[in-house]
Design a protein around this ligand. Structure first.
Ligand code: G6P
Length: 635
């Protein structure tokens, strides 16, 4: 179906890629720049990797299955030389992880090397046509190789003295025939110091340097070299030389662009003194939560200021229903948001898995406000939900971290998290930033309704206290490490919580699954007696998120039920909770007391640390867990 966003995207092809792309043209040796860039993008996929660097009129290719470390080894054994080239790290959704399927792929002449992030849906028809009419032979069954052949075949057929313009025209003509999504970079061995990038549906950024230019799926890959970036739009084609670039559209119009300053620097994308990105990002939360609130609290009027929503006070007052949608951790933040907005603003809220929402016919009224929540701003399911919601005419706002990401750009407004780059695959600081922003939204909507100024003021006080309280939670890391050591032999874990902390139990279980591969489930505490209790046994720990709040006594009952069946119990509590649970729980983690609505920001952190320490004890690859990728741009 063709619509505002072009043909509907479906992703049921052979080898499929999410991936990261880096391209360089300049005066320096390309190899270390590309390799370093790929390392920074490894969170996007780590099934295979490759580079193509042009040396004189030769393309030197190195590619192999496995992590970037394998590629680095190959490049040390046989160093490629040259001052421009392209590179790729792959995350396969299905199809084999092999050296052959690793990018770059080549056209029939072997002179064009191409890397691609996305899916060419009509690749089979294009391939059949190339084989039939041009006798093309393919060495892989990837859709990417078909695109390389198509560009090469058109390039051979068209005239033009200027080979750069000819290659741009060939790329444009090929992309016009393509149905699907792409972020691409390509080089031609006969065309010196030149590369082409293009995007539709997959992110691509141009990094503008001094006598050198870059292409990347994400600015973190190039921020060590330049902080000037052009976030390309869908259907942009960029022709990149060492000292200039030109942007046009697939339709042939010259493109508008703006050079933006990247907010963060190379130090923000390094691990610093931390052994893992995940731990660094957990410890960044006092600042990331502060940054989520910075300039957004209006103490005078006891409300929040969220200008990016692009809504008038009247429009905000008319909102009668809120739908929150996202995937994974963002979905769990949305679930906290449901409690927050309903409690603070008294507006009915529904949380929808983005992947379900986009395919079902959710009845929605005229004044429904939809939020698409996504750290990366690129998650295909969340983007699909955003587009579906807009297609039906609903105002759809984004809560994103990545500036100029697709969701941020396509939404009707929104709130940036300003959390800085999150590189560890398991989301941590983005969760607490999302929850903080949802609290601000609840406060804003609440103050336009029944919430009094003194209630608003108390909410602001609680929010402002959070960064310091997080500091004291982080001091528990060593205690949590020793608890983790005790339970490292467990075959699985159960997580429980009520009300605001039920989603935190889900998030705690997700962290545990993602990075330790242990079986872990999160449930509302009260559901224990409706089935889950059958699982309780002496070697299966239960983790209860039970701060000293209105439902503490109810949680305590559930804790007693586990205790009676000899299940080991770890409790996260506050205030009087520790005293009351002494002798019942095996381990108690005490966090500072906070109003109920603010507790998820504090309770989530010990669970992040718990999963982290268990994973380290088990020797797992914390930052790059098996089978996962940070930004899932396929369905
Ligand atoms: C992937 C990641 C999760 C993340 C989810 C949503 O599945 O592995 O950690 O929560 O995507 O990501 P987003 O960027 O949309 O927040």
């Amino acid at each position: 179906m063709a619509g505002r966003y072009g043909p509907e995207i479906c992703y049921n092809l052979p080898p499929k890629i999410m991936c990261g792309i880096v391209g360089y043209v300049g005066r320096a040796e390309a190899a270390p720049i590309l390799l370093d860039g790929l390392r920074r993008l490894e969170y996007r996929g780590y099934d295979s990797a490759g580079v193509a660097i042009v040396n004189g009129k030769q393309i030197e290719t190195r590619k192999c299955a496995g992590r970037i470390a394998n590629l680095a080894k190959l490049m040390t054994e046989k160093p490629p030389s040259g001052q421009y080239g392209i590179s790729h790290t792959r995350w396969a959704t299905h199809g084999k992880v092999t050296d052959e399927n690793a990018h770059p792929h080549f056209d029939q002449s072997g002179k064009i090397a191409l890397v691609h992030n996305g899916v060419i849906e009509n690749y089979a028809a294009l391939r059949e046509q190339l084989e039939r009419e041009g006798g093309h032979q393919f060495t892989s069954d990837t859709d990417t190789e078909v695109l390389a052949h198509l560009i090469g075949s058109i390039y051979e057929q068209i005239d033009g003295a200027d080979s750069k313009a000819r290659l741009v025209n060939a790329t444009r003509a090929a992309l016009k025939q393509v149905i699907g999504t792409y972020g691409i970079a390509l080089v031609h061995s006969d065309i010196k110091e030149f590369m082409i990038g293009a995007r539709r549906g997959s992110p691509l950024v141009l990094g503008v340097g001094k006598d050198e230019n870059f292409l990347a799926s994400d600015v973190s890959a190039i921020v060590a070299h330049t902080r000037d970036a052009v976030y390309l739009n869908d259907f942009d084609i960029v022709a990149v030389s060492r000292d200039k670039f030109e942007i046009s559209s697939v339709a042939g119009e010259s493109g508008n662009y703006q050079i933006s300053k990247v907010e963060f620097g190379a130090e923000d994308v390094s691990k610093g003194d931390f052994p893992h990105y995940m731990l660094k990002e957990i410890f960044e939360q006092p600042n990331s939560v502060r940054d989520a609130m910075r300039g957004r609290l209006n103490t005078e009027e006891c409300t929040a200021k969220l200008g990016g929503l692009n809504m008038t006070a009247g429009e905000l007052r008319d909102v009668s229903r809120v739908v929150l949608t996202g995937c994974g951790t963002a979905l769990h933040a949305a679930l906290v948001g449901e409690y927050l907005i309903e409690q603070l603003a008294n507006i009915p809220v529904e949380v929808e898995y983005a992947s379900e929402f986009r395919h079902r016919n959710t009845p929605m009224s005229g004044n429904t406000l939809v939020f698409a929540i996504s750290q990366s701003g690129e998650t295909a399911d969340t983007l699909g939900a955003l587009r579906e919601s807009q297609r039906k005419g609903f105002r759809t706002l984004g809560i994103c971290n990545n500036v100029a990401s697709t969701i941020a750009r396509e939404s009707d407004g929104g709130v940036y998290m300003h959390a800085g780059p999150e590189i560890g695959v398991a989301a941590t600081k983005s969760f607490t930033s999302q929850v903080t922003i949802l609290a601000l939204i609840g406060l804003l909507l609440g103050r336009m309704r029944h919430l009094s100024s003194s209630q608003g003021s108390r909410i602001i006080e609680a929010l402002e206290a959070l960064p310091e309280q997080i500091e004291s939670v982080l001091k528990l890391s060593e205690q949590i490490r020793s608890i983790a050591k005790k339970y490292v032999e467990a075959e699985g874990m159960l997580f429980f919580g009520r009300q605001f902390n039920f989603p935190v139990a889900l998030e705690g279980a997700l962290k545990m699954k993602e990075i330790t591969y242990l079986f872990a489930e999160g449930h509302p505490s009260a559901e224990l007696k409706h089935g889950i209790i059958a699982l309780v046994r002496p070697d299966l720990p239960s983790i209860f998120v039970a701060p000293d709040d209105a439902v503490f006594c109810k949680n305590r009952n559930n804790i007693e039920q586990v205790k009676a069946r000899k299940g080991p119990i770890i409790v996260l509590t506050s205030g009087d909770g520790a005293k009351q649970l002494k002798g019942i729980a095996n381990d108690i983690i005490e966090i500072p007391r906070a109003p109920e609505f603010a507790t998820p920001v504090l309770t989530a952190i010990p669970l992040q640390l718990f999963a982290y320490h268990v994973a380290v004890e088990l020797g797992c690859d914390v930052d790059k867990p098996r089978n996962l990728a940070k930004s899932v741009t396929v369905e």
